[in-house]
Design a binder for this molecule. Structure first.
Ligand SMILES: [Zn+2]
Length: 214
């Protein structure tokens, strides 16, 4: 933990930004942090910001890995059911269509948005913003894309879908032989990779680099 400088006590240090604590609204000046440290509010001890080492490179690498996993998760069979000698395979997209065909259109849209569209938009958005920053450039519309990215992250709920799949598998285990497909493993790995990308992302640093690419 690193102390920050309360705004009321002294004049603005060179290069410092005036920030407000998200918890108690105390105004204070930011300071440069050493790698992998956290700045906390001197009044309420709420976390103000963190500085992660190589955060942009790490997040970019995870986004590339995530996009590859996403392609596999949406191209190969998710699950296969063998019942009375017949084998039925499903993919993520066919699962959404099946829900729609069975009259559960609202649920189909929810699954489509939270398990396919939002993660895809998150991955593409990360690549769009971070890859040019790596080359000290700002992509066209990068600021709007990054703001949009921060908003849609809450709609990416692949783990909820995965939990639903696991519950169904346990219930169906006695009725049919279930064969997990390559897409299921990719999907599970993608959940971990997206969580890691989110944890390694330093939004404050990205905003600063978007303002003045360097
Ligand atoms: Zn505070």
């Amino acid at each position: 933990m690193c102390p920050v400088v309360p705004e009321t006590e002294r004049t603005r240090p060179t290069g410092a930004e005036l920030i407000a604590c998200h918890e108690c609204d105390l105004l204070q000046y930011s300071i440069a942090l050493p790698d992998d440290t956290v700045a906390k509010c001197p009044r309420c001890e709420g976390v103000l910001y963190r500085h992660r080492r190589n955060s942009t490179d790490r997040t970019l690498a995870l986004a590339i890995a995530g996009l590859l996993l996403f392609v596999v998760a949406n191209s190969y069979p998710f699950l296969a059911f063998r019942m009375q000698g017949k084998m039925v395979q499903t993919t993520l997209a066919s699962g959404v269509l099946d829900l729609h065909d069975q009259g559960m259109t609202a649920l189909a849209i929810l699954v489509l948005v939270t398990s396919i569209l939002a993660p895809f938009a998150e991955l593409v958005g990360l690549l769009w913003v971070l890859a040019p920053l790596r080359m000290r450039r700002r992509a066209w519309g990068a600021i709007s894309v990054f703001r949009f990215l921060r908003r849609i992250q809450v709609w990416s709920m692949m783990e909820v879908f995965m939990l639903g799949v696991l519950v169904s598998l346990v219930k169906l285990a006695d009725m049919a032989e279930i064969v997990p497909g390559l897409a299921l493993w990719s999907f599970a790995l993608l959940i971990v990779v997206l969580a890691a990308a989110s944890a390694s992302m330093d939004a404050r640093d990205i905003w600063r680099r978007l303002e003045t690419p360097r």
